[in-house]
Design a protein around this ligand. Sequence first.
Ligand SMILES: *[C@@H]1O[C@H](CO)[C@@H](O)[C@H](O)[C@H]1NC(C)=O
Length: 378
Amino acid sequence: MTYGPHQINTPVVALALCGYAAAQDFGVPLSWRKFSNTRPLNERISIAQAAIDAILPQLNTATAEFNGIGFWQSGNVCEWLSFSSAVTWLKYDTPKFNDDAMWWATAAVYAHRAYGDPAMLSHAVDTWNHVSTFAITPAQASAGRHPAKSFTLAGTCDGKSMAGGVFWRPTADDQGVNSVTTGLYLTLSAFLAEITGDQKYTNAAIQSANWMRSLNINSKNLALDTVNAHDCSRSPDSWIFTYNSGKLIEGLSVLSHVTGDNQWDTLMGNVLIASTKGAPWQGSNGVITEGSSPNSNNDGVGFKSVLIRGLHEAFERSPNNALRILVHSYVDVQYNALLDLAANGSTYSSSWAGPPQGFTTWGQLAALDVMTSAINAN
Ligand SMILES: *[C@@H]1O[C@H](CO)[C@@H](O)[C@H](O)[C@H]1NC(C)=O
């Protein structure tokens, strides 16, 4: 059961051209736990500030990494610490994973957005140039070879071109093309297109968006994980993670803004509805339970904050009031869960449904996006 605005926002013309379902149901499920907020702005700001202050002592300023969490998660947290001195920490030389390089590059884009620092933009561009050598072009797909890879490339999988997919790892024999790497590349490309106006970034973003749409979204509009670019084998259907859909939502909302092309907005809306209402990472109360790990860090803990960030970007950019109400309500569900069920002072468990516990770096990091999103989304 749902309440709230139900809107048909796909014009008939676009429907005929694109073939998407016309009705997008952005209604908020009544079964969700506490989907509104009563705290005034100044209180929400102090709550977020206290949450950020609690993680700062864990920062190792020599390496720009945080004690107790992994390298990609450090890139992730630095998006919230995007002040100028961060430039000295950024990782220019690509590590073993292309997604790691782009977590840091995306942090640089956020820092550029906040402070206009040109060094941040150069870092993002350098990373884009580097990772672009691991994206699959239409010519490489047709030729069945990729210059960075030692195996025969499957030019199509399931009858769809592999162009636009991005390899997860630089290693010559690693065959995986996945959603997070391709979604990060889509997002980084779209941001750079917006900042520079250079069409090459727009084209790259469109190509990766097409790859996601045609090859790595399931019938419920949730992002799948990995396609093998040699034999087209796939990760299990059950590998449905918040961050894969989260990065897709973020990238599509920027791309939609850059191109003004309604097909990306429609696709973004479909993935957003599925991610907030039809997802396996929560029960009927709406509280995200993915990556609940009281005793040890694991990558999955940081995934859910990436979904919240993507939803926040969509909220900021979308003119669709029904979409904005849905995101606002979903963020408030997580916010109220963290504050009511998972808080110990200003520190938060990675288990958003509780119980509270002592401070962990990974739990604190995962909570930051909710705290900061709740400032704006209310
Ligand atoms: C709250 O955090 C403190 C400090 O880390 C810890 O000693 C305490 O056990 C925590 N309380 C609960 C209820 O988990």
